[in-house]
Design a protein around this ligand. Structure first.
Ligand code: APR
Length: 235
């Protein structure tokens, strides 16, 4: 394949905006609430300690929504790029849905965990999970009732940071799609990409908080911008 602009290694960061057109809600609406909850109540270890039932019910609902959603044109385009691109490529998603995988993408990393996964606080095992956690099912490995959503909450360390940093260090192109740039460390990846001399491109409905760091910003819905960009890359 001809390499556009000498690009071989690509890192793509995605956020809630790429799944918005699949009907999954983004986080930072004007009212500061997430599905009618304060984020710190449902997305922090302290919130979970305070009211585990509320948090389990909340993620039971998210799990149902994820399973009811379908990949949109943006997920399908990334899967096409993943399939065709023979250089390095990593889709780092902050999203907990599995829409990239269901679109067919293979090189996906969930830095904030996965909605369809449960994590046992007793033995550490992680399990694919599509049912409820509210009614306290036992861990399939150790039998303890200690399963929590396998989600990285505020105050917790995102997954696989070493792998992400290594990929960004080698990247020729860093692309950010549908993320507000409000939450670190993901919001800082563009700066790291710049210091690694990668080109940086932002595809978003509106300018993100880190917009000034990008060489190029294209504004619009992901379902239009992402397929257009992928066609350019594969031309
Ligand atoms: N196409 C492209 N971008 C869109 C679309 C769309 N159809 N709809 C919304 N957006 C943009 C918004 O303009 C916004 O900039 O997507 C961004 C979504 O931002 P957030 O709601 O803040 O989501 P995200 O950046 O993924 O949040 C990061 O915060 O709460 C935590 O852990 C959670 O992973 C999440 C993290």
């Amino acid at each position: 394949m001809r390499r556009m602009h000498g690009i071989r290694n690509i890192v793509i960061l995605t956020g809630a905006g790429i799944s918005a057109e699949s009907g999954l809600c983004t986080f930072r609406a004007d009212d500061g609430l997430w599905e009618d909850h304060r984020v710190e109540d449902v997305a922090s270890p302290a919130g979970f300690r305070r009211d585990p039932g509320l948090v389990q019910r909340f993620y039971d609902e998210r799990r149902k929504n994820i399973m009811a959603a379908e990949p949109n044109a943006a997920h399908l385009a990334l899967a096409k790029l993943d399939e065709a691109w023979d250089g390095e490529l990593l889709i780092v998603t902050q999203n907990i849905d599995d829409l990239n995988e269901r679109a067919g993408a293979k090189r996906v990393l969930h830095m904030h965990g996965e909605g369809l996964s449960a994590w046992c606080l007793a033995c550490g095992a992680r399990h694919p999970w599509t049912g409820t956690l509210l009614d306290g099912p036992p861990c399939p490995v150790c039998g303890e009732v200690a399963l929590r959503p396998d989600i990285v909450w505020f105050g917790e360390m995102p997954y696989e940071m070493d792998r992400i940093f290594n990929a960004i260090t080698r990247a020729d192109l860093f692309v950010s799609i549908g993320t507000s740039g409000a939450v670190y460390p993901a919001a800082g990846f563009v700066q790291q990409a710049k210091s690694a001399r990668a080109r940086t491109l932002e595809l978003n409905l509106e300018r993100s908080q880190g917009s000034a760091w990008f060489d190029e910003t294209r504004l619009g819905p992901a379902s239009e911008l992402v397929p257009e960009w992928v066609e350019e890359m594969l031309r």
